[in-house]
Write a protein that binds this ligand. Structure first.
Ligand code: GLA
Length: 733
């Protein structure tokens, strides 16, 4: 939301207005796509085209000349409002200052803006036919990434307050014969599960009503496959992701004429918003893309956009290998124990040690999840030399140091809860429900925003050597109420909480641009592009079972990039699933994302330690391919083949890394062949197996034509459950 204010200031200073292509038509292009809007004789703005790039001379507005049965509101309005002829889910729904519940938006003018070499924008000004109610639609086109964004600004120029009911960011009518929706659902320890189904008539919604975290239930993103089910390398697909960390709603409304209307934005659930005269409401950005080449292209578009256009914080920086203390020691540690872990981490070659939960609270010591949250002072018993002691030690061993906080939360048993009961989210006169023994602080309140910002500052002051913060959020909102918001504006809670959170992040990022921050929320509860623009990475899941990680990371990386995907090696048996998995499989799986460890290194036997060291050396050599390259999925864990296989390829196609994981035993005689993707068919590649002392792969150390690897594939001796292989490919051509 802040983005747009900045964008407007920026473009009003630096932009050149480009000429409109045709009268009454607006077109934005990326490298391969076009999005066209048209204004009809009645002043209505509708979406005339979204898809493969049209030639400059194309008569893309021709369809509007075909007679249309207006009585049925058949026109594909670009941002329909409730009222007039609208009968579908409206993008905008308002009760005006005099009680009128109709809004009819008509086109006023538009501005094309050149932002930079890669980005163009258009702002379309709409106004209600009756009231001075203005809406600005912001479309941006990111050329190289083939990504568009859309959001809106609603400006109340009426004499009195108006009430916003629906205030979506995005609206897109789509025409196809059939529609297949891929969505992401999940809970803590089962994030980003993938589900696909054909859409039937009526409305399908994906949403959150949990307020402060998105992904535990459903993620605010989707893939929509047109005409046939989702394929990796073929088929028409639209992908979308909303940059919002609060309640969201994505709607897929298939009407009686077989047109699908997509709308997305902040969830209107219990969220009426009172907009005062002369005030604007900015909606969050929806990021969307399209391809005729299947899901692979869509993911690569999202990843490129996130890494190049600010969707992810400081995305140009290679991410360090982390060892986090949580699964190694939980709450039970002292300086000596931590030093041992740090020694072990240093020996393996880890670059960042992160001290997780349990380091704070004195009156209410944080020795379990029941107390201490909110009291961000070092626990003197566990750490008599303070954070500085342990941070200095970490740095002396050649690692960087990071620290866990959960600043939006408070335990009832804490100094903070006793001092500021008015800061707690609660409905007066009702029980305040606990989740994980904790309550939520009311981020609508500027004093709470200040407290959280100051907490961040104070924590950083505990040592000059803190370079990473893991920001956790282990509950969602329930039985909400804010003592800060007036009684007639309690419904602002859901929106103002997230706006408050973003304000805090803006302040933090201004003052601490170089601190790495991980977004954690009981694992991957806050994986969304609203949060990622402030975070360097996210913790994909508390579920570190490498088998289940195949599913979690496959789903996550359909939309979000590997560079941000925290993936750690943990102990056997897995704490959640009790599954026992060979060390190599666990290491190889962690290497598919931002590699890390979550254990006490002393638990490793000598051969595991040797492999850990080797894998860390290898990861350092190839991580630019994983973190900055293109992802190609070769075999999905969902396709029942029993294999999960992916690869990353550098943009110049000279280096690649290939992984295959056997998820299930397929019979005694089977060794799978994988057809590689993303390589150049005119180059030869030297293949080298990594993380394996004695490779038995036939292709190991051989120079093989890319053409053959793509067409014939590579046969791999991968037969037993939890066997895995990692190959490095390099071309000198
Ligand atoms: C959450 C996080 C974990 C860990 C614990 C600490 O569950 O997801 O990684 O930080 O909190 O309490």
């Amino acid at each position: 939301m802040m983005d747009f204010k900045k964008l407007i200031v920026f473009i009003s200073i630096f932009t050149i207005t480009l000429p409109t292509a045709e009268a009454n038509s607006i077109r934005l292009n990326t490298r391969d796509l076009s999005l066209c809007l048209h204004i009809d004789e009645d002043g209505l703005l509708f979406l005339s085209y979204f898809g493969k790039k049209l030639k400059d001379t194309a008569d893309y507005y021709n369809q509007v000349k075909t007679p249309i049965y207006l009585d049925y509101a058949l026109k594909n309005e670009a941002y329909p409002a409730a009222g007039g002829r609208t009968f579908r889910e409206p993008a905008l729904q308002i009760t005006h200052s005099d009680g009128d519940i109709n809004t009819e938006l008509v086109y006023k003018r538009s501005e094309y803006k050149y932002i930079n070499e890669n980005t163009e924008a258009v702002i379309v000004y709409l106004e209600d036919r009756k009231f001075p109610l203005e809406v600005k639609l912001y479309y941006k086109a990111f050329k190289q990434e083939n990504v568009f964004t859309m959001s809106s600004e609603i400006i109340n120029k009426e004499p009195k307050e108006i009430v916003l009911h629906n205030y979506y960011s995005f609206y897109l009518p789509v025409n196809a014969n059939k529609y297949y929706l891929t969505q992401f659902y999940g809970s803590a320890a089962k994030e980003m599960s993938v589900e696909e189904h054909a859409l039937t008539h009526g409305m399908k919604s994906i949403q959150s009503r949990k307020g402060v975290r998105t992904t535990h239930t459903e993620n605010p993103s989707f893939l929509l496959s047109l005409n046939s089910p989702l394929e990796e390398n073929s088929g028409e697909i639209i992908g979308g992701a909303l940059a919002w960390s609060g309640n969201f709603k994505l709607n897929f409304e298939l009407d009686e004429f077989n047109t699908l209307y997509l709308s997305a934005g902040i969830n209107s659930y219990a969220s009426e918003y009172h907009l005062l005269p002369d005030k604007s409401f900015y909606t969050p950005e929806m990021i969307f893309t399209y391809s005729v080449n299947g899901a692979g292209d869509i993911s690569r578009n999202f990843h490129d956009w996130a890494r190049k256009e600010g969707g992810l914080y400081n995305s140009h920086e290679i991410r360090p290998i982390v060892l986090n203390s949580w699964e190694g020691v939980y709450f039970s540690f002292d300086e000596e124990k931590l030093k041992k872990i740090i020694d072990g981490a240093a020996e393996i070659g880890v670059e960042m040690f992160v001290l997780d939960d349990g380091w704070f609270g004195n009156n209410f010591p944080r020795n379990n999840a029941k107390m201490g949250l909110g009291d961000w002072q070092v626990n003197k018993e566990k750490l008599p030399n303070g954070i500085n002691g342990i941070a200095d030690y970490t740095v002396s061993k050649g690692l960087k140091f990071g620290l866990w906080i959960e600043p939006e939360m408070v335990n009832p048993q804490s100094d903070l809860a006793k001092k500021h009961p008015d800061w707690i989210v609660k409905a007066e006169g009702r029980t305040v429900p606990l989740i994980r023994n904790q309550w939520l602080l009311d981020l609508c309140n500027p004093k709470v925003q200040d407290f959280i910002f100051q907490t961040f500052e104070q924590v950083l002051k505990l040592s000059d050597n803190i370079s990473y913060i893991k920001w956790d959020a282990n509950r969602h909102a329930q039985s909400i109420g804010s003592s800060w918001l007036p009684s007639n504006k309690q419904s602002h809670f859901w929106v103002e909480y997230i706006q408050g959170l973003y304000k805090v992040y803006e302040r933090i990022r201004q003052k601490y641009p170089n601190i790495m921050i991980q977004a954690c929320s009981s694992g991957g509860g806050r994986v969304d592009y609203g949060s990622l623009k402030y975070h360097n990475e996210f913790w994909a899941s508390d579920n570190t079972d490498a088998y289940q990680r195949a599913f979690i990371q496959y789903g996550t990386n359909l939309i979000y990039p590997a560079i941000a995907t925290g993936a750690d090696v943990s102990n056997n048996p897995n704490r959640h699933t009790k599954r026992i998995i060979p060390f190599k499989f666990r290491v190889d799986m962690a290497m598919t994302g931002r590699m890390g460890f979550e254990m006490q290194p002393e638990d490793l036997d000598s051969s595991q330690r040797a492999l850990a060291k080797e894998a860390v050396i290898n990861y350092k050599k190839v991580r630019d391919i994983i973190q900055e390259g293109d992802l190609y999925r070769i075999s999905s864990p969902y396709d029942k083949s029993g294999y999960y296989s992916i690869m990353y390829v550098t943009k110049d196609k000279k280096r690649a890394i290939f992984y295959a994981f056997c998820l299930d035993y397929n019979g005694i005689a089977i060794t799978p062949t994988f057809k590689l993707n993303g390589l150049s068919d005119t180059k030869r590649y030297l293949i080298k197996e990594l993380n394996s002392a004695k490779s038995i792969l036939g292709a190991n150390e051989k120079n093989i034509a890319g053409d053959s690897l793509i067409k014939e594939g590579i046969n791999i001796n991968l037969r037993n459950s939890y066997e895995s292989i990692v190959l490095y490919l390099e071309s000198k051509d």
